[in-house]
Structures are given as structure tokens and as C-alpha cells.
Design a protein around this ligand. Structure first.
Ligand code: SF4
Length: 67
């Protein structure tokens, strides 16, 4: 899967980094950024999907394979 993170929506709840700490890193204020380029390895998908569903402001968006 492939995701993007809209940092203008992120409100710094930090939920994503709890679910998938290897994919999301938090800055000093708790705002998230992607550690990689948005391509998610199969073994990371479960955590990322949980982060996607739990993000209160829906800042994490799954991109379709066809773009
Ligand atoms: S869960 Fe959403 S609002 Fe919270 S840090 Fe992650 S992207 Fe930002």
C-alpha cells in the first residue's frame, strides 16, 4: 500500500506513531511526518491501517495503486 500524510490536517494527536512507530515519526510538538516515501511494506500494513482509521483528523490518506 501507499499512503500520504497531509501535515496541514495533522493536529498532533500522535496516534499514528503509537500504531506504526516505524512509519510515522513525531516532532517535538507531536506532529507527525512519514519516515519514508509513503510506500508501506506488507508487514507494516496492519499498523498503518490502524493508524489511518484512528487518526482523528483523517490526515493519513491511502493512495490507490493506479494513482
Ligand atoms: S494520528 Fe493524525 S493527527 Fe495524530 S499525529 Fe498522526 S497524522 Fe497527526
Amino acid at each position: 500500500m501507499r499512503i500520504k500524510l497531509d501535515r496541514t490536517l495533522c493536529d498532533g494527536f500522535g496516534t499514528c506513531a503509537l500504531h506504526a512507530p516505524e512509519v510515522f515519526s513525531l516532532d517535538d510538538w507531536g506532529y507527525a511526518s512519514l519516515t519514508g516515501d509513503g510506500n508501506i511494506a506488507p508487514e507494516q500494513e496492519a499498523g498503518v491501517r490502524r493508524a489511518l482509521l484512528d487518526c482523528p483528523v483523517h490526515a493519513i490518506i491511502e493512495l490507490s495503486e493506479r494513482g
